[in-house]
Design a protein around this ligand. Structure first.
Ligand SMILES: C[S@@+](CC[C@H](N)C(=O)[O-])C[C@H]1O[C@@H](n2cnc3c(N)ncnc32)[C@H](O)[C@@H]1O
Length: 331
C-alpha cells in the first residue's frame, strides 16, 4: 500500500500548477521512452492490433478513402498505424497534449514487422495485402520524424487541450477508435464528449473503444487490488487520491453502457476481461454494481451510429449478431 500512497502523493504534488505538470510530463516521457524501448513491443499491443483488424474485417467497417479518428493517440499512434498498414484510409490522430515518443514509435514499428505475417494468416488476409502492409511499414520505419511519417501514411495530428473534439468535422468518420483513453476523460464532460463523437461519425459509422476499468495506481503497486478504488466514496477519492496528472474517472461498466446509449450509439458487441474481486469493500457509488460488473477489469465496446430510417425499403440485410470483436488481453 505504501507504493500506492507514494505514487498518489507524487501525482498530487505534480498536479499543483502548469509548471509542475510540465515537469511531470517531461520527466514522464523520458522515463516512458526508456521503459518502452527496454521492454519492446508488448504482447497486449499485438492483441489490440489483431482485435482491431478483425473487427474491421468482420463488420466491413472501412472502405478505401474513408476517414478514421484515433482518440488519445498517445505515444506511438498504435491503432492508427496498424489500420493504415491494411487500409487505404485517412487518419486523424487526436490528443489533448503532445506526448509522442518517436524512439518508442520506431521500436514498436520495427517489432511489428515480425508479427505481420502471423496476423495476416490468422485473419485470412490475401498474401498481396500482407506484402503491401510490409511495404507501408517499411516506409513508416524510414521516416525520420513524425511529420515525415504523417506525409508518408496520410495522417494528421491534432492537439486540442480542451479535449472536447471541437475542431473536427461532423458526420465525417467511418470509425472512431481508442484504447485506454476514455477512462481519462473528465467524468463531468463524458455525456457531451460521447455525444460529440457520435456527431463526428457519419451515419452508419462505427465506434470501438477499449476502456480500462482498473485502479491505475494498482499498476504501480500490484499488492493493492485492481479495484482498490472501490472502497472510496467520491469525496474521499477527490480529497486523498485524485490528481490531474493521473486522473481516472472511475466510471464502471453499466454507466459506460448507459452513456453510450444516451449519446445515440447502438451497442453491437462487447468483450470483457474479468477477474473475481472477492469481497473488496464497496463505497456508496459502487454498491449498486452487480457482481459481474464489480469483477470487470476491461470492456471493449463496439457501437454503431444508426443510419436514418429509409421508408419503404424493406428490412436491413445486416445481422446485428454478426458484429464481432476478437478477444484481447488486458492493458
Ligand atoms: C493511457 S494513454 C493511452 C495512449 C494510447 N492510446 C496507447 O494506448 O498507446 C491515454 C491518452 O489519452 C489522452 N487523453 C486524455 N484525455 C483525452 C481526451 N479528452 N480526448 C482524447 N484523448 C485524451 C492522453 O493525453 C493520453 O495520450
Amino acid at each position: 500500500m505504501w507504493k500506492y500512497a507514494a505514487v498518489a502523493a507524487a501525482s498530487r504534488a505534480f498536479s499543483l500548477n502548469s509548471s509542475t505538470r510540465w515537469v511531470y510530463r517531461r520527466l514522464g516521457n523520458v522515463a516512458l521512452t526508456r521503459m518502452r524501448v527496454a521492454d519492446g513491443l508488448p504482447e497486449r499491443y499485438v492483441d489490440r492490433a489483431r482485435r482491431l483488424l478483425a473487427a474491421c474485417e468482420t463488420n466491413r467497417i472501412l472502405r478505401p478513402g474513408d476517414a478514421v479518428l484515433e482518440l488519445g493517440t498517445g505515444w506511438v499512434h498504435w491503432e492508427a498505424l496498424v489500420l493504415r498498414l491494411f487500409h487505404d484510409v485517412e487518419i486523424t490522430l487526436y490528443d489533448v497534449w503532445d506526448n509522442r515518443l518517436f524512439t518508442a514509435f520506431r521500436c514498436y514499428a520495427d517489432q511489428l514487422d515480425d508479427h505481420l505475417d502471423d496476423l495476416g494468416e490468422e485473419l485470412g488476409f490475401d498474401p498481396a495485402r500482407v506484402r503491401t502492409a510490409h511495404e507501408r511499414l517499411g516506409a513508416a520505419r524510414s521516416a525520420r520524424t513524425f511529420d515525415e511519417l504523417y506525409d508518408t501514411l496520410g495522417m494528421r495530428y491534432v492537439v486540442e487541450p480542451s479535449g472536447m473534439l471541437e475542431e473536427l468535422p461532423e458526420s465525417h468518420y467511418a470509425l472512431v477508435v481508442s484504447a485506454d483513453v476514455l477512462e481519462h476523460v473528465d467524468a463531468a464532460t463524458l455525456p457531451a464528449y460521447l455525444a460529440r463523437t457520435t456527431a463526428l461519425l457519419r451515419p452508419g459509422g462505427w465506434s470501438l473503444h477499449q476502456i480500462d476499468l482498473v485502479d491505475h495506481f494498482h499498476y504501480f503497486d500490484p499488492s493493492c487490488s485492481p479495484k482498490h478504488f472501490y472502497r472510496y466514496d467520491t469525496a474521499t477519492w477527490r480529497r486523498r487520491w485524485d490528481s490531474s496528472v493521473q486522473y481516472v474517472n472511475r466510471v464502471q461498466r453499466p454507466e459506460w453502457l448507459d452513456l453510450f446509449e444516451a449519446a445515440g450509439l447502438q451497442l453491437r458487441r462487447e468483450e470483457r476481461v474479468s477477474e473475481p474481486m472477492g469481497d473488496v469493500p464497496l463505497a456508496g457509488a459502487f454498491r449498486g454494481l452487480a457482481q459481474e460488473d464489480v469483477d470487470c477489469l476491461q470492456t471493449i465496446l463496439l457501437h454503431r451510429r444508426p443510419e436514418p430510417a429509409v421508408p419503404h425499403q424493406g428490412t436491413s440485410t445486416e445481422n446485428p449478431a454478426a458484429a464481432t470483436i476478437a478477444p484481447a488481453s488486458r492493458h
